[in-house]
Structure formats: C-alpha cells, structure tokens
Design a protein around this ligand. Structure first.
Ligand SMILES: C[S@@+](CC[C@H](N)C(=O)[O-])C[C@H]1O[C@@H](n2cnc3c(N)ncnc32)[C@H](O)[C@@H]1O
Length: 259
C-alpha cells in the first residue's frame, strides 16, 4: 500500500471538523498546568495549541513534514518534532500522551502501543480517539466495488479499525490499563456538494493509484452515485464515522515526594 500523502491546505480548509470534534477529547484529557504532554500525530497543530492553553507544556509529533510545516507556521511558539508513532523515542517522559484521528493510519499497532507505553511516566495517561471497528464501512464498500471494475481486483483500504476488545488487549499487553472505552457512531457532515469527493481525495487517495486522472474522476462520480442513498441526506453528505475512544493509565508505582 503506498504511503498516505498529507495535503495540509486541503486538510485545514475542508476537514477542520477533525480537530473540531477533537475538542471533546481534550476535555477527556483534562490537561493540567504542570504537566508535560505529547500530542501524537499532531497534524497542523490546532489541538496541540488547545492543550497548551491549559498551561501544560506540549510537544507535537507527526510523521508528515508537510503537516509539521503548517503546524510550525500556525503556532511558532510551540514545539513540533518529526517522528513515527511506531518508532519514536523522546528524551523525556510524559504525564499524558494524547492522539486524535491518527491511530487508524498506523497498521503496526503493537509497535505504536509499545512506544506510547514507553513514553509515559508510571501513572501517566494515554487518551486517544480514532476510527473503530466498522468505521466508514459504506464508503469503503462503495469505493472497493467501483475500483474493482477498473483494476480487476480487490483494492485494500489500508486502515486499521480495531474493536474495543482488540485494542484494549493490545494496550494491556504493553502495561496500560484501559479504564474507559467507547465505540460509537458519529455520522459526520462533509462540507458542500463536493464533500464526499473531497473526503475521498483527502483520505483515500491511496486506493486510486492504479487509475489515471480521467478514470479517477469517473470512479469518484460512480462512488458518489452509490453513496447518495446511504450517505446523503437533505442536501448534505455524511461520512459514516464510527469512533473508538479510550482512556488508559500506565501501570507501575508513581513516585511520591517524601516517601
Ligand atoms: C487526520 S490527521 C489528525 C491530525 C490532528 N491530530 C488533528 O486532530 O487535527 C492524521 C495525522 O496523523 C499523522 N500520522 C499518520 N501516521 C502517522 C505515524 N505513523 N506517525 C506519526 N504521525 C502519523 C499524519 O501525518 C496526520 O498529520
């Protein structure tokens, strides 16, 4: 599967809902002024900035130089570093690792969970939301059905959408205790009449690599036609999002001053 290329301009212009919804996750994180927090997969930095408003010291880490360049331009006062969720190792340990809309891009989930656990102080928390089991299943089904006509084979979607049980077990195997988990539907409005097309162009580009430009346009129109029944209502496109949200705590004794 080719690597996802991140278009930070299209992300901020048409998909700001991603960090808009992420504000609820910042509330679950409840950052405190004396904390050090890692925003894993920080993208263009909007939630990194929001966490920093609590007074906490935040580092944003992302794999994409394009997204990081925009994050640094948006918030020059914040620290952003390049790294991969599956292999990062920073010098300091964190009170919390926060991650919004990232981990479904990380198919090497065990490697990421190990890095996250290693980055936390004992008692530190990992707060994450990403696509869960069944996420965008209508969109995937329609896209694969249309693309099969062009390629003659099943085109993989390449995302990782685990269940609560699967992901909790993974975190537990890395020494993180899952204290709260939710898997919930969140039909997400997409902007404008081209909303579904824009979503596919932004997030599913990798699935279209075997098609030339004309075929891609044609395929997008066909996919829209199929999805109009299930994902379009009252003049509005919706992505059939299903989110997995978790709060977990790193096991191990917390150093208490004076003891
Ligand atoms: C949908 S954006 C979300 C950005 C941000 N968290 C937000 O809520 O706006 C997904 C981000 O995950 C990053 N990402 C994907 N795979 C990654 C990986 N293996 N390591 C680090 N970042 C990754 C992408 O570069 C992208 O910036």
């Amino acid at each position: 599967m080719p690597e996802q290329q991140w278009n930070s301009a299209l992300y901020e212009k048409r998909h700001a809902f991603v960090f808009g919804y992420g504000q609820g996750l910042v509330e679950l994180l409840a950052p405190q002024a004396d904390e050090v927090i890692l925003d894993l997969g920080c993208g263009t930095g909007q939630l990194t900035y929001q966490i920093a408003q609590s007074g906490a010291r935040v580092i944003g880490l992302d794999h994409s130089e394009t997204m990081l360049a925009t994050a640094r331009q948006n918030y020059p006062e914040l620290r952003f570093v390049q790294g991969n969720a599956t292999s990062f190792a920073l010098d300091e340990k964190f009170d919390a690792v926060f991650s919004n809309a990232v981990l479904h891009w990380v198919t090497e989930a065990a490697a990421a969970a190990k890095c996250i656990a290693a980055a936390l102080k004992p008692g530190g928390r990992f707060v994450a939301e990403f696509g869960g089991r069944g996420n965008v299943s209508n969109i995937i089904e329609a896209t694969q059905m249309v693309l099969r006509q062009y390629t003659g084979h099943d085109v993989p979607h390449g995302w990782y959408y685990p269940s609560i049980g699967e992901y909790s077990s993974l975190l537990e195997s890395c020494g993180l205790e899952v204290t709260q988990a939710w898997l919930f539907d969140r039909p997400t409005p997409l902007e404008g009449e081209a909303g579904m097309r824009n979503w596919l162009t932004m997030f599913a580009e990798r699935m279209f690599v075997e098609l030339n430009a004309a075929q891609k346009e044609e395929a997008l129109t066909e996919i829209e036609m199929y999805l109009r029944e299930s994902n379009y209502d009252g003049g509005q496109w919706y992505a059939d999002y299903r989110r997995l949200r978790l709060l977990s705590i790193k096991q191990g004794s917390i150093a208490v001053s004076g003891s």
